[in-house]
Write a new protein. Sequence first.
Length: 188
Amino acid sequence: MALALRRDPGMRVAEYQAWVADLPDEERWELIDGEPVLMAPQSERHQLIVANLVQNLRPFGRDRGYRAIPGIAVLSDSMDTFVPIPDVVVRCGLPLRDGYARDPVLVAEVLSPSTMSRDRGRKTDFYRSIASLKLFLIAYQDEPRVEVWRREPEGGWAFEAHGLGDAIDLPELGGHLAVAEIYDDIAF
């Protein structure tokens, strides 16, 4: 007779929120597949790309109430063991009281060598589970490359890759974003 082993699902969102609330503000933790993960300080290059994304996404959709915000957590109603903190979140609606968005329209991650497999793996699956999400961007640090995952009308996801001379069409936000603007002041 074979025995099936049950995997402990780990920490759930509510437990994570209670646990992280008591930690010092300077500690930033994500919940990835039921496991709390401490986020290391980011490099200056990483943060410049994040700042460029926020600066260039901020004007889009302002008339529709969209805001580009760095470093807030996102939640999905269909996955209770994930609370990632993407580098940039674009959302609309009332300001958040607690720093947890359930309604992002766009999330962006800037890849770091130490988090690349997680950002392009399970976190990508998580982001695509968020009902409100229309766009997921992955910006590379070591080359001028931005990957775009876009929700299609029938619910699937389309993939595009863009280089330095390209522009990313963002009809969901009412504009387009030049890849060169994301990498402004970054040398390759």
